[in-house]
Write a protein that binds this ligand. Structure first.
Ligand code: TYD
Ligand code: MG
Length: 486
């Protein structure tokens, strides 16, 4: 068998050797080169992934950053010696603070008050705004509505055809006949269109579908998304035009998602909510021209996103009167108090291990509240399944929701309603103490305005003795006191 062919054992040995070699050389010992950092190496060669832009010293079949197969460029990019030893540049022009004239930021109102509130008073000329959110949440709808309110606006989509946009505009009853629509995804063409049309507002839908001829890889990869955003930013600044770019966020967090663009743009807005529920919250994650405290509340209707002028009334709108396990909480969204309803269901566990489930509420926090209720308030919950839900697809992330959640569980456990005219807010500590929260007076005023008659909270030293006209305040310090009387 010598020289004529390999035995099965030899073949197996050779295959194992080849696999070990491959793993050793290319996967196990090939460190990814920190994100998209450009670096200089001994051999001046870099292999990059055309999907996510990650760079490696060696070629691999699968990208170790994004997990895509066959996307690592086999032809290594060579870093030229010139790039490594760039000549010294001229110093930048600097001025003292006194020399710089301060000017007021001029803003254009958008006709959507909730959006203006989040933007800090309106659109600023020469700014680039990123509107992010999960697919199907309503980004394109909001952007089209916004574009329709402004004279001379341009809507460019790489996702939908002009006919599809027209259909949406008809559904939204948009009358802006002069609004310009285009289906384009090449950034160079988009830029020359914007330069020619000079619209007061341009919408680019979405940043993941546009690509540049000057950048490598497919549309939507990190390098493309960044290159296109930088080009739009330069255009917005140099021509003093307002540009809105839409970015998709997935639940898992995309590699080239809006998160990676936050530092490149002036304003980042996120449209949040549950796409199966009606309410949407618009939140500013970054704003170079205003605060990030404000939120805008919208409701997705048949004819697009409608502003919710009185969110508390909307969230409490359809609630069941006097049901056990239902408690109203007063939470702050930015500087605005919003009333929402928390519901708990406590039922005998069928299996050995009790279930704890939460929707719109942090599960760890729920576990903590259950432990506090058991240990400090004497409720024996170990044999019960507990489900907690925040009505309307809202998220009750604030610690002030603790008291309402604990009371909802206690009320469901005892099967006793607490009354539909009562609100509760306060943070609960591990020893069962209720801690005062910020904006107590503002929250109480909101409860009063919505016609509630009783409010449970710890007023704290700052507000001790506070009285309201139409609402009775029950100042409580401990969860034991209140659970005993429920
Ligand atoms: P869309 O704006 O396309 O979402 P995104 O751009 O964030 O992916 O809208 C998504 C959903 O909104 C769609 O499933 C249908 C719904 N919708 C309405 O309920 N009413 C409307 O008037 C419109 C235009 C959309
Ligand atoms: Mg869309």
């Amino acid at each position: 068998m010598y020289g004529g062919g390999w035995t099965a054992w030899e073949r197996l040995g050779s295959a194992i050797h080849a696999i070990t070699n491959f793993l050793t050389n290319s996967i196990l010992f090939t460190p990814p080169i920190g994100g998209v950092k450009k670096l200089s190496m001994k051999n001046n060669q870099v292999y990059s992934c055309s999907h996510c832009g990650a760079q490696f010293q060696k070629w691999t079949g699968r990208c170790l950053e994004c997990g895509q197969w066959g996307t690592i460029d086999k032809n290594p990019t060579t870093i030229s010696a010139k790039e490594n030893n760039a000549p010294e540049s001229a110093p930048a022009k600097i001025s003292t603070l006194a020399e710089i004239k301060s000017g007021n930021v001029s803003r254009t109102k958008t006709d959507i008050a909730e959006l203006d509130r989040v933007l800090g008073g309106g659109l600023v000329p020469g700014s680039l705004i990123l509107l992010g959110g999960e697919p199907g949440i309503g980004k394109s709808t909001l952007a089209l509505q916004l574009a329709s309110f402004l004279p001379n606006s341009l809507y460019l989509s790489g996702e939908e055809s002009a006919e599809q946009i027209k259909l949406r505009a008809d559904r939204l009853c948009i009358k802006a006949e002069k609004m310009k629509i285009g289906n384009e995804s090449n950034i160079e063409t988009i830029i020359s269109t914007i330069k020619k049309e000079r619209p007061a507002l341009t919408v680019v839908d979405s940043v993941q579908t546009v690509y540049s001829n000057e950048s490598e890889g497919e549309a939507g990869n990190l390098a493309q998304v960044r290159a296109c955003t930088v080009k739009l930013m330069e255009l917005a600044k140099s021509e003093r035009l307002t540009i809105v770019i839409i970015g998709q966020v997935t639940k898992e967090g995309t590699v080239a998602g809006p998160k990676t663009l936050e530092h490149l743009v002036d304003t980042v807005l996120y449209l949040e909510g549950d796409r199966f529920h009606q309410f949407r919250i618009l939140r500013a994650a970054k704003n170079r021209f205003g605060s990030t405290d404000e939120v805008g509340v919208f409701s997705m209707e048949e004819n697009g996103l409608q502003e919710v002028k009185n969110p508390s009334a909307a969230f409490l709108g359809e609630r069941a009167e006097n049901a056990p396990g239902n408690v109203v909480a007063c939470l702050m969204e930015g500087t605005r108090p919003i009333l929402c309803e928390l519901q708990a269901l406590v039922s005998k566990t069928s299996f050995g291990y009790p279930v704890r489930k939460a929707s719109g509420f942090d599960l760890n926090r729920l576990h903590m509240l259950v432990a506090v209720l058991e240990r400090r308030a004497g409720l024996s919950l170990s044999q019960y399944d507990i489900h907690l839900n925040v009505v309307g697809g809202l998220s009750a992330d604030e610690p002030a929701a603790d008291l309402a959640a604990a009371l909802a569980i206690a009320s469901a456990y005892k099967d006793k309603p607490l009354g539909a005219d009562m609100a509760a807010f306060g943070e609960i500590g591990l020893s069962g103490e209720i801690r005062p929260v910020s904006f107590t007076e503002k929250r109480l005023k909101e409860c009063e305005q919505l016609g509630l008659k009783r409010a449970l909270t710890n007023l704290g030293k700052k507000n001790s003795g506070l009285k309201m006209k139409a609402i009775q305040i029950m100042d409580i310090k401990n969860i034991q006191d209140i659970v005993k009387h429920t």
